[in-house]
Design a protein around this ligand. Structure first.
Ligand code: 0RA
Length: 644
């Protein structure tokens, strides 16, 4: 190494070190948060690298293992990360990838990197946030290895054996001082993501193994593999719905150098269920690819319906929403330099993508409609029905609208409002039944807590047409109390969040089967009609205690059977247990102490970890009575825990 190169190397390595330290100081900037979500994100980040290798055509197997010690291993059968000297950096390419923040695979110009986690930050960030990381590379007949601690290289790459395979194995143990809940890796969460990745990248086998758990002698393990990709993804998502046409409509191709994949089907439900992805990332907030899809869909169906005479006797005007009722679709694009915008940085901004997707969708649909006239008629009939129902719903919508925005006169009579004016400080409790509502009203802090009692079971929106939803009194009450508008005719789910009157919306129901059913009905409504509220973290579930354990004047609450038993044991003879069957059995002070007092309560914030999975659960629990639904409900008779 010349003196110049030497200086260059040390300068760069100092820079690398600073990068690492920055990641450790501000982890959330790189991975979103340091809770469970961030923890799982570390796994996705490493898996993404292997997915990239697969998409470049060099790898078809990835295995992810949760080890007994809560470390994670990700193994692939790709070419193996190069271990030769990186000319510019003066260390091995492996070391550059592992220690240089933002290096990614950029040194390999031929394989343009399309994958990448939510922030596309690269495996070096995982390294920085790990107590220990080992990289093992099988390449050129040799096994190479390098280890790191908190992102610092422990030794130069060394040869540790011979091999006839190629591939990369990364094993990392997240830093416990940064991730407090390392032991809480969720198999389900990882499984949902691996399943999603296998649908988005057909032909790759992705296996997941949990060595912390044994099922009948074997470790918990699943293999995800999809031969048909998005087509199968659609079938999976719509398993609990009745299809209107026999086959999924799908295309796969490139438009203006942008790889576009789309798959869609119509079902008998009234919901629009569209999921969009950019480089395997779920773009919850949509963006240019979604606009392109909508544009292509609307234009093509409209043109076909008009020119085929199917609309001749139809009196109502057809709007954008109508084309998407009962539609389940997935749009997946690969964009070399994606611009992510929006509140959660999950909205695609690249302008050129709109026309690429719109053209691809138009071509696909035109062909399909020409070749399948019977199915085309079914689709157009469905659209016309949606338009007619929307006209019926318009009156209902206008009624609600008048009450929410224009009239000003109309907070629901049942609402006991709070006195605080700043929505950020206000909470509203949606309470099951008038009697629990009464207790909550007495127990609350009226400064910032409002109570809206709901009568019995609210409408199951999963099975109802839109105008029924907007005619439902309890739902009207929710809209008017919250102060948000009922969307527009073009987009019935667009909310007006600036008008939101409470930043915490708390579902408070009995801790029994009926109560959990009612919570689920309310959640279904929020998920289908006010998803933005959920996505922005405004929706919570209150958790009233299940038991009161008493001995003499000593009284302690318990939220589960384990705590109850422990208390009974601690209290000794003379202890008695009261089971709370409903909120109504508690007095106002008890309800405040256990469930409403910010100092002592535990809320569960509702979040959508995986939109496809959430959709499946809601359609399963609340949708049509198709066989898999019955089976699911029978198997999960006490399914009360929708943390979807
Ligand atoms: C760049 C170049 C080459 C391999 C990789 C990246 C690579 C990276 C990762 C990360 C996880 N698994 C991976 N597998 C491969 C190889 C270039 C060549 O062999 O010519």
């Amino acid at each position: 190494m010349t003196k110049d190169q030497n200086q260059q190397y040390s300068a760069d390595s100092i820079q690398a070190l600073e990068g690492m330290e920055h990641v450790r100081k501000r982890p959330s900037m790189y991975i979103g948060d340091v809770g469970l979500r961030g923890l799982h994100h570390l796994v996705y980040e490493v898996v993404d690298n292997s997915i990239d290798e697969a998409m470049a055509g060099h790898c078809d197997q990835i295995s992810v293992i949760i080890n007994e010690n809560d470390s994670i291993s990700v193994e692939d059968n790709g070419r193996g990360i190069p271990v030769g000297m990186h000319k510019k950096e003066g260390v091995s390419a492996l070391e550059v990838v592992m220690t240089k923040i933002g290096a990614g695979g950029k040194f390999d110009k031929d394989s343009y990197k399309v994958s990448g986690g939510l922030h596309g930050v690269g495996v070096s960030v995982v390294n920085a946030l790990s107590d220990h990381l080992t990289a093992v590379v099988h390449r050129d007949g040799k096994v190479w290895q390098q280890e790191y601690e908190k992102g610092k290289t422990l030794y130069p790459v060394k040869e540790v054996g011979k091999t006839d395979k190629t591939g990369t194995i990364v094993t990392f143990k997240p830093d416990l001082s940064i991730f407090k809940d390392v032991e809480k890796y969720s198999y389900e969460t990882l499984a949902n993501r691996m399943r999603e990745l296998s649908y988005l990248n057909k032909g790759i086998k992705i296996s997941l193994t949990d060595k912390r758990k044994k099922v009948e002698g074997d470790f918990l393990n699943e293999e995800f593999y999809s031969e048909e990709g998005l087509k199968e993804f659609i079938k999976f998502l719509d398993e609990n719905r009745e299809p209107l046409i026999p086959e999924v409509i799908a295309i796969e191709g490139e438009k203006n150098n942008i790889p576009v994949e789309v798959a869609m089907i119509y079902n008998s439900s009234f919901n629009e269920n569209i999921h969009s992805y950019v480089n395997n990332i779920n773009t919850h907030e949509g963006g240019t690819h979604l606009s392109g899809f909508r544009r292509g869909l609307t234009a093509t169906l409209k043109k076909y319906a008009e020119s085929s005479g199917l609309l001749d006797k139809v009196k109502v005007e057809i709007s954008g929403d109508d084309f998407r009722e009962g539609l389940t679709a997935i749009i997946s694009v690969k964009v070399a330099e994606p611009q992510f915008e929006g509140q959660t940085k999950t909205k695609l901004g690249n302008k050129e993508v709109t026309s690429a997707v719109s053209q691809a969708v138009s071509e696909m649909l035109e062909n399909y409609l020409e070749e399948h006239p019977a199915e085309a008629k079914i689709i157009v009939d469905k659209v016309v029905l949606a338009a007619q129902a929307r006209h019926a719903a318009r009156k209902a919508r206008e009624m609600v609208q008048r009450k929410t925005v224009m009239g000003g006169g109309g907070l629901p009579g049942k609402l006991s409002d709070c006195s605080e004016q700043d929505p950020a400080l206000c909470e509203i409790y949606l309470v099951e039944g008038d009697s629990a509502g009464g207790t909550a009203k007495q127990g609350r802090d009226r400064n910032f807590q409002a109570i809206l009692p709901l009568r019995g079971k609210i409408l199951n929106v999963e099975k109802a047409m839109q105008h029924k939803v907007f005619e439902n009194q309890e739902i009207i009450n929710i809209y008017t109390a919250l102060g948000v508008t009922v969307g527009t005719e073009e987009d019935s789910k667009a909310l007006n969040l600036e008008k939101l009157r409470y930043h915490k919306i708390v579902i408070m129901c009995d801790a029994d089967v009926d109560g959990s059913h009612i919570s689920t009905l309310i959640l279904t409504f929020f998920f289908r009609y006010m998803r933005e509220l959920v996505e922005n973290g405004h929706v919570y579930i209150a958790t009233p205690p299940l038991y009161l354990v008493k001995r003499g004047s000593k009284k302690v609450y318990a939220w589960n059977d384990e705590d109850r038993d422990k208390l009974v044991n601690d209290f000794g003879t003379g202890a008695s247990v009261q089971r709370y069957k409903g909120l109504g059995e508690m007095n106002a002070i008890q309800l405040w102490d256990t469930t409403m007092n910010p100092e002592s309560r535990t809320f569960r914030q509702v979040s959508i970890e995986n939109a496809g999975e959430a959709d499946r659960v809601f359609s399963m629990l609340m949708g049509e009575d198709v066989p898999p639904r019955r089976e699911f409900i029978e198997k999960n008779a006490t399914y009360a825990n929708i943390d979807a």
